[in-house]
Design a protein around this ligand. Sequence first.
Ligand code: MD3
Ligand code: FE
Length: 201
Amino acid sequence: MTDILALRGCRVLRGYLDRSAQETLVDRLRLLLTKAPLFQPVTPRGQPMSVRMSAAGQFGWISDAKGYRYSATHPQGMPWPAIPQQILTLWDALSGVARQPECCLINWYAASARMSLHQDRDESDLTMPVVSISLGDEGLFRIGGTERKGSTESLWLQSGDVLVLEGASRLAYHGVDRIRPGSSTLLPNGGRINLTLRVVT
Ligand code: MD3
Ligand code: FE
């Protein structure tokens, strides 16, 4: 049984993926990343982001001197690989919507990486939920309300945890303050992977 808790309107499914499901997923991601290698996005203001990224599906999210946007191709020019079936099945079980995700964004955090507080609103239909999967080292996730200035709450996300961002939480400010190196044995070289599934168009 998955332990479910509610945090600022988002559903937190702790340990939704067991160890063997996590290992299978990492194997799929390794193959995928040979076709669409991780890259380091640069903000429009010229700052390299500390998180490295790739994606699967019809769209990935990229950022460079021209701005940030969804793109049908990897920065190296190729289309993104398909979203693995295991991930689509998880979306069908948890999203509560009939549409399929068009982007599986892959974020990779080294020990020193973080993601500053932001909203995700580049998608056309903001009533569609976002589903997030955490793998590897724990990350300190922070979520607030729909205004940047409001109070926030923090939660350590562990390997196998799944979040469903729906309703008010879909437009909540959120970020990752830090990684806890050595907190998981899933990835032999450490680090944290976060997958976010999104409907884009
Ligand atoms: C709340 N990723 O990719 S996952 C992102 O751990 C992102 O890599 C973080 O924020 C990470 O945009 C947090 C949880 C999450 C994902 C998407 C959300 C929370 C969200 C979208 C809207 C609201
Ligand atoms: Fe986000």
